[in-house]
Design a protein. Structure first.
Length: 307
C-alpha cells in the first residue's frame, strides 16, 4: 500500500507476554431462516497478549466480525472457550457482564451509523460517559469529554458541532472517543478505516498506534486489507471460511505467505507502482484462471452493524 514503507512495518509498542485474550476451538453458528445453521466460525484458536495489536484478515464473509463479536459475547458461540482478562467470557454473571462491557469496546466501519445526527459531539461523548460513569458530575463530565476529544486529536472547538459537519475521519475519531469513555483495556476495531480515503486511513491508524502506546490498549484489528493490517498489527491471523489458515507476524505472513489464500490476499493489496501493479494484476489473473479464491481488493461494502 502507498502509505507503507519497510521502516514503518514494525509497530512501535511492545506487547507483554501476559495473555489477555485466549480463544480455543471457537465455533459460532447462526440459525438459518427455514431451519439449519450457518457455521460462521469453525474451530478458531488464538491468543492476544496484553498491549498487542492482533490482526484478523480475510475476504468478505470469512468470519472476521463474527469471531470478534464472539470474543465480546455478542455472537452465538456454540463450542469452545473464550477467556478475556482471566475471566471465562461465556459464564459471566449479569453483573460481571456489565463490567466486561466496559473492559472491551468495539469500533465499527461506519461511524455515521453509530452517531446520532441530532446530537452535538459533546452530547455524543458525554452520552458514553453517562453510560459508563453514571456517578460523574456534569462539570467533570464536560472536562473528561474535552480530554477524550484531545486524546483522539479533535479540537474542543468541535464540542458544539453535529456529526454532519465532520469528515469521515473526524467522525471515526468521535466514535473512538466514545469507546475510550469506558476506559477499556481491549479495543476491537472492525474495518475502522475501510470507508476512509487512503491519506485519512493513515491518520486514523497512527492515532490507534498512539492510543495503544499511551493507554496500553490491547487491540483486535479486523480488516480485509493486509496493507492496513501490516501497518498496525504485531501479529496476524488469516481467516478463510471460518478457519485460521495462517498466523504470524505481519512480515512473516506477507513476506513468505505459505498458504495460497494468503498469497492471494497479499496480491490483492493495491500497489502505487505501475510496474508492480501490472505484475500483480497478471498474477491475479493467473491465479483466478487456476480456480483459486481471489479476494477483492476493493473497500469492504458499507454496512450498518446492529447490536
Ligand atoms: N447475524 C447473522 N445472522 C446470520 N448469519 C450471519 C450473521 N452474521 C454473520 N453471518 C454469516 O456468517 C458468515 C461470516 O460473516 P462475518 O460477518 O463474520 O464475515 P466477515 O469476515 O466479517 O465479512 P466482511 O468482510 O464482509 O465484514 C457469513 O456467511 C455471514 O453471512
Ligand atoms: Mg465483518
Amino acid at each position: 500500500m502507498s502509505m507503507i514503507s519497510e521502516a514503518e512495518i514494525e509497530p512501535r509498542t511492545q506487547p507483554t507476554t501476559e495473555e489477555l485474550v485466549v480463544v480455543r476451538d471457537l465455533v459460532v453458528e447462526y440459525p438459518r431462516r427455514g431451519g439449519g445453521v450457518t457455521r460462521s466460525v469453525d474451530g478458531v484458536s488464538f491468543t492476544v497478549n496484553a498491549g498487542e495489536c492482533f490482526g484478523i484478515v480475510g475476504e468478505s464473509g470469512s468470519g472476521k466480525t463474527t469471531t470478534a463479536r464472539a470474543v465480546l459475547r455478542l455472537a452465538p458461540t456454540r463450542e469452545g472457550t473464550i477467556v478475556v482478562g482471566g475471566q471465562d467470557v461465556l459464564s459471566l454473571s449479569r453483573r460481571e457482564l456489565r463490567k466486561f462491557r466496559r473492559f472491551a469496546q468495539m469500533v465499527y466501519q461506519d461511524p455515521q451509523a453509530s452517531l446520532d445526527p441530532r446530537m452535538t459531539i459533546q452530547q455524543l461523548v458525554e452520552e458514553a460517559l453517562v453510560i459508563h460513569e453514571p456517578a460523574m458530575r456534569a462539570v467533570e463530565r464536560r472536562a473528561r469529554a474535552i480530554d477524550l476529544l484531545e486524546q483522539v486529536g479533535l479540537n474542543p472547538d468541535y464540542l458544539g458541532v453535529r456529526p454532519a459537519s465532520l469528515s469521515g475521519g473526524q467522525m471515526q475519531r468521535v466514535a473512538i472517543a466514545r469507546a475510550l469513555a469506558a476506559r477499556p483495556q481491549l479495543l476491537v476495531c472492525d474495518e475502522v478505516v475501510s470507508a476512509l480515503d487512503v491519506s485519512v486511513q493513515a491518520q486514523i491508524l497512527n492515532l490507534l498506534k498512539k492510543l495503544q502506546r499511551d493507554l496500553g490498549l490491547t487491540v483486535i484489528f479486523i480488516s480485509h486489507d493486509l496493507g492496513v493490517i501490516s501497518y498496525v498489527c504485531h501479529r496476524v491471523a488469516v481467516v478463510f471460511e471460518g478457519r485460521i489458515v495462517e498466523t504470524g507476524t505481519a512480515r512473516e505472513v506477507i513476506g513468505d505467505a505459505r498458504e495460497e489464500y494468503t498469497r492471494e490476499l497479499v496480491l490483492a493489496c493495491p500497489d502505487p507502482d505501475p510496474v508492480t501493479a501490472r505484475r500483480i494484476r497478471s498474477e491475479r489473473l493467473a491465479a483466478s484462471a487456476s480456480g483459486l479464491p481471489v479476494p477483492a481488493n476493493t473497500v469492504a461494502p458499507k454496512k450498518v452493524e446492529k447490536e
